[in-house]
Each structure stands twice: as C-alpha cells, then as structure tokens.
Design a protein around this ligand. Sequence first.
Ligand code: PGA
Length: 233
Amino acid sequence: MRELTNFSMKKLFIVGNWKSNKTTTEALTWFENIKEHKSEIESFNEKTIIVCVAFTLLPVLSEYIKKNNLPIHLCAQDISPFEKGPYTGEVNGEQIKEFAEYALIGHSERRDNFLENNDLLAKKVVQAKKYNLIPIICVQGEKTPVPIDAEIIAYEPPGAISTVSKGIPDNPDDVKKVVDSIKKKYPQKIVIYGGSVNAENVTLFTSQVNIQGVLPGAASLDPQIFFNIIKNA
Ligand code: PGA
C-alpha cells in the first residue's frame, strides 16, 4: 500500500487567551478536563497548544503540566519592560521564565486600557527575548510596528474581539488581505489570527496559506470548546 505523507502540512499555533479570568481552582479544573484529551492532542503533531494565563496561575499550572506530561505550553499575558528592580507591580522576564515559554505583548486591551505604546512594547519584546521567552506580538493592522525580535505576530482587528457569543470574527477575505501583507513584510515570522474564533469558524482562518494559527479568547475558557478548536483547526 502506498504510504501517504503530507509534506506540506503546516505547523499551527493554537493560543488560548484566558485574559483576566480563572482562580487557581478553576484553572486546575480546566486542566483536569483537557487532560482527558491528552493522547488525542499528542497525536496532532503539527499543532502547538499554548494557553495565556494570569501571572498568579503560572506556578501551579506549570507544575501540573510537568507532573502530567501534558503537551501544553504556558504564555504570560504581559511582561515588564524592565529588568528586576524597583518597579512595583511588574513581573519581569527572569521571573516569568521560571514557569512559561511565551509572552503575549501588546494586546489591544493593554494598548487601550493601559495606554501601552509601541516604544514600550518594543522594550517588552527585548526583555522577553533576553530571557528566552518567545514573544507573541499583537498587531491591530498591517501598519502596527512589529519589533524585530517578535517571533509570532497575532493579527487581531479590534472590532472583531469579544464578539464570540455572537460568533462574528472578521471577514476571512479581509483578514487574508491584511495577513498577506503582514507576511510580505515579515516573511520569516509566524502570523496567527485572533478575534471571536470558535470551533465552528476556526478553519475559515487556519485554511489560509499565510495563517499559522489562532488566538481564541472567550472560546478558550471552556476546555471542551477549546479542545474542539484544536481538533478542527
Ligand atoms: P475573543 O478574544 O476570542 O474573545 O474575541 C481574542 C483576543 O482578544 O485575544
């Protein structure tokens, strides 16, 4: 029998963004649930599963992942632009690196609510890189600057964020135009899409040649829905 090998299978990043949600008990329950799909997730060789969680959850979840040998990676939702030192309230790269492998930087909720600007975000990317965290930079359009060290670009049109209960992501054709032009500018970087992604609409995005993953927010809070996104992507 002829063996079929799909050499063109692209690598996909499925990045759940829990935002400011979940206590440690709730987070562990979510992980207990997703653990039931461990072997299936392991069989998706080409999919990298990442969850962006609050700082408070990083230690307990990293321990849980290690103990259960789960194929899930942790991402911090922010990172200090500074080294350790007198910066009250900040969590720095060296601290994050103890528990996570990725850092989400420049989400539009941080740009809007905390007035984070591109200069500040560039410093955060430098800190992530310095501590071997893979920076995922969120951009709101093709004109948003992308710091040189950012490895993954998450294109999230602000109007498409948090509409997931209605399931209205951006129009896939419009997303394609923007993603293609981002990819043209940064051919070496990975581009993913975020904004009301769910298990039903995920393939509208992951089927596009230049889109290498998705960043679901609200839909990642439920482990079964998140698993369905992983499966369908
Ligand atoms: P949403 O969030 O899927 O709830 O729209 C995506 C995001 O903001 O990262």
